[in-house]
Design a protein. Structure first.
Length: 217
């Protein structure tokens, strides 16, 4: 049986995905989780054949894909997401994803697509594949170097999780309690975030993401 790890922060969607896979005798869901950190930890523990990851879950699906790809070379990574944005699509490919499926799809088709992934076929809709090919054919050094090269792409899934809690106004102590970490560990993560984003302090980091917060509101 093909072992699949499912990671999506929306519980009803996660349940629908698991149901679609459980209905096919070729597949078994070895673990279902709701954030990137849990996905990385579960993947290291369960050694799934496929990781099916949401792009926009807490901690960042792209970050989880990068970490899982480094740790588990044989595991296939497929993104299942609402986002058809070029930035997410290209970042997923750079992170090693062999599939990028949109949640608007009929989930009854999911088992066949994942079976194709195991057989070495990409699971990417034609219209998205066309955009990938166009991007990687573009001879412009500026455009090609921009794909997946933002400083934020260097953050680990745990650092994204800490950053997300900072953006919601939580203190070092609050974050430590919520994530079951020591305050020193949280401060270490925050220092790493500031270093990677070339930000002098926490306020500067938060200002970088004020636009995202406004869009979410």
């Amino acid at each position: 049986m093909i072992r699949v790890l499912v990671a999506d922060d929306h519980a009803p969607t996660r349940a629908d995905i698991c149901a679609a896979l459980d209905s096919d005798p070729r597949f078994v869901v070895c673990k279902a989780v709701g954030d990137a950190v849990s996905a990385v930890q579960a993947a290291a523990r369960e050694l799934p054949d496929i990781c099916l990851l949401d792009v926009r879950m807490p901690g960042g699906g792209i970050n989880a894909a990068q970490e899982i790809g480094v740790r588990l070379r044989e595991t296939k990574i497929v993104m299942l997401t609402l986002s058809a944005d070029d930035e997410d699509l290209f970042a997923a490919v750079r992170a090693g994803a062999v599939g990028y499926l949109l949640k608007e799809m009929n989930l009854e088709a999911l088992p066949a697509l994942l079976q194709g992934v195991i057989e070495g076929k990409p699971a990417i809709p034609g219209r998205l594949m066309s955009r990938i090919l166009a991007e990687f054919r573009d001879p412009s050094p500026v455009r090609r170097s921009s794909v997946g090269s933002s400083p934020a792409s260097m953050l680990t899934s745990r650092e994204w999780q800490v950053l997300d809690l900072l953006r919601h106004g939580m203190s070092t102590g609050d974050i430590a309690q919520k994530l079951f970490l020591t305050r020193a560990t949280v401060r270490s993560h925050i220092s790493a975030i500031m270093r990677k984003l070339d930000a002098p302090n926490r306020q500067s980091v938060l200002r970088m993401f004020e636009g995202d917060q406004a869009a979410a509101a």
